[in-house]
Write a protein that binds this ligand. Structure first.
Ligand code: 4NP
Length: 157
């Protein structure tokens, strides 16, 4: 089993969107028994909360269901349990880097390393409008395809 954790700040907008999109791709490609995913926030501001309603609506319009997700903060054992911890932006990557042992740093990456666009960060949509949430979805859908391709290679090697 390969385990992937998506990480943003609040775990109510970007990383639960990534979790829902990536899980949907795993299910449609019949890989859910081989690859697992979850999401968490570097902050605990929203722990226990459902996803942001705007994120859930934008995702729902594309057929992704976020209704079962609840926010949680990154925990110390996430660094052991997951094979990849994928940060939505440089601030969250830096926070993960400061918390992880030297031996586990190789698990930490920016999620958009797996995308094929120019952007390196999934921008925080919290204080913006609907288009910000659609932009998050575009970036997340694109990077999820690349991530899945990468993990297929790991499963075969
Ligand atoms: P997220 O978005 O990190 O994508 O879940 C945010 C959610 C909440 C806040 C900031 C970003 N906040 O400041 O409360």
């Amino acid at each position: 089993m390969i385990r992937v954790l998506f990480v943003c700040l609040g775990n109510i907008c970007r990383s639960p969107t990534a979790e829902a999109v990536f899980r949907h791709q795993l299910q449609t490609q019949r890989l859910a028994h081989l690859i697992e995913c979850d999401s968490a926030g570097t902050s605990g501001y929203h722990s226990g909360d459902a996803p942001d309603r705007r994120a859930a609506q934008a995702a729902g319009a594309r057929g992704y269901d976020m209704s079962a997700l609840r926010a949680r903060q990154v925990s110390d054992d996430d660094f052991e349990r997951f094979d990849l911890l994928l940060a939505m932006d440089y601030n969250n990557l830096a926070e993960l880097r400061s918390r992880a042992d030297a031996t586990l740093q190789h698990k930490l990456k920016l999620f958009l390393e797996f995308g094929d666009g120019e952007e390196q960060e999934v921008p925080d949509p919290y204080y913006g409008g609907r288009e910000g949430f659609d932009h998050v979805l575009n970036l997340v859908e694109n990077a999820s395809i690349g991530l899945l391709q990468h993990l297929r290679g790991r499963l075969e090697s």
